[in-house]
Design a protein around this ligand. Structure first.
Ligand code: ADP
Ligand code: MG
Length: 396
């Protein structure tokens, strides 16, 4: 067993890495000669990429994360594993804060991971501590989690993240690890530039997983789209095999959820709708029946699926086009979590494209009117949507 695997087991109790990417990224961070950029989907285990090296190196790893709530979760989780991790933030009782600062000032601090928000990085009260850690060469790594927050193109821009550029300049010799789940090219470039990453090693999950088959069908050209959908669902579910599989059909509106679920059921595959217009009890029942494999198909708006982790999803259909490739990737990625072959299909329609395009533009105008001004990055949702449309039209 290698030292890395031993440490993985000892500190986190894991027998193996989640993926080759996770392992390769950990090794690259440990090597410490290059900055590292990690772009993997939510749940892929990005935290470990800096946490394990932090525990295997001498010194302290400074972790930047956007929200105190996220930080508290992580720190509690690490404390439960007996990992010396703490956070300094505005909500911290002053006694605890003094205790942490005293440890950091001591000759050989016990702390291995220090979590802070970008606001704290810039706050005057934290500067003496930071300077002292720097000048004594006690910082092992700088990890910037949710790094897309630095980009005005991202969906989660936080102005305070821009101050991390200054921090980075002060920590020139400390290797930096940037992590995010969402990074279109533009956002990725912003991150590299703002965090002053020097030709970072990139670890990215291939956008479309190997066991997923993708296609696009032009819905308007079909004599009966529901019959077409039925045939697809039947094939994906594997006919009458004993092994149970299930599927998700995403629709934009409540009405189409109802309609598609009704049609599928009538044609012979039982399907239930799931959307915000249902009574809470009915919605929970739809989800529970689907989770328990009582009903093979759930027909839902995109609110469905957050946090749903079901292994045997054999197909994900988009009855209406998604609003961006990133959303499509995330939504369709709920198929085939067990690694078995699964299918993802978009039933594309130009009419539908125009409707969604209209809604996206309307939303932008609404925001601009509320703000009273226009910004370059307001266009991002349109560009994202255009990329989605280009994907469909070229596939079809
Ligand atoms: P991300 O930040 O990429 O969304 P997290 O770092 O929060 O993901 O990890 C998601 C979950 O995966 C956590 O519960 C974590 O404990 C678990 N995990 C991470 N690495 C492994 C591994 N090698 N084996 C098993 N579980 C893991
Ligand atoms: Mg994370």
């Amino acid at each position: 067993m290698s030292a890395i695997h031993r440490a993985l087991k000892k500190h986190f109790g894991f027998d193996s890495f989640r993926s080759q990417q996770q392992e390769d990224a950990v090794k690259a961070v440990l090597k410490g000669d290059r900055d590292v950029f990690v772009c993997m989907p939510t749940g892929a285990g990005k935290s470990l990429v800096y946490q394990l090296p932090a525990l295997m190196s001498s010194g302290i790893t400074l972790v930047i994360s956007p929200l105190i709530a996220l930080i508290q979760d992580q720190v509690e989780h690490l404390k439960a594993l007996n990992v010396p991790a703490r956070s300094i933030n505005s909500k911290l009782p002053s006694a605890e804060r003094r205790q942490i600062l005293a440890d950091l000032e001591s000759e050989s601090p016990r702390l291995k991971l220090l979590y802070i928000t970008p606001e704290m990085v810039a706050s005057p009260s934290f500067q003496p501590c930071l300077s002292s850690l720097c000048s004594r060469g006690l910082l092992a790594y700088l990890a910037v989690d949710e790094a897309h927050c630095v980009s005005q193109w991202g969906h989660d821009f936080r102005p305070d993240y821009l101050k991390l550029g200054d921090l980075r300049s002060r920590l020139r010799d400390v290797p930096c690890v940037a992590l995010t789940a969402t990074a279109p090219k533009r956002v990725q470039e912003d991150i590299e530039r703002s965090l002053k990453l020097r030709s970072p090693l990139l670890f990215a999950t291939p956008v479309f997983r190997k066991n997923l088959k993708y296609d696009v069908i032009f819905r308007d050209l079909l004599p009966d789209p529901y019959v077409h959908l039925l045939a697809f669902a039947k094939e994906a579910l594997g006919g009458n095999t004993a092994e149970k599989g299930c599927g998700i059909v995403y629709c934009r509106t409540r009405e189409s959820c109802e309609e598609v679920a009704h049609k599928l059921t009538k044609l012979g595959i039982s399907a239930k709708p799931y959307h915000a217009g249902l009574k809470a009890g009915d919605r929970t029942e739809s989800q529970a029946d689907w989770m328990a494999d009582k009903v093979p198909v759930i027909v839902a708006t995109i609110s469905f699926g957050m946090g749903v982790d079901k292994a045997n999803v054999r197909f994900v259909v988009h009855w209406n086009v998604a609003k961006s490739l990133a959303s499509y990737y995330q939504e369709s990625g709920r198929a085939g979590r067990d690694g078995l072959p699964s299918s993802c299909r978009i039933y594309y329609s130009p009419k539908d494209r125009d409707q969604l395009g209209f809604l996206i533009r309307k939303e932008i105008t609404r925001k601009q009117e509320k703000r009273g001004s226009q910004k370059e990055q307001d266009k991002a949702p349109i560009l994202d949507f255009e990329a989605m449309v280009a994907f469909c039209e070229q596939e079809g």
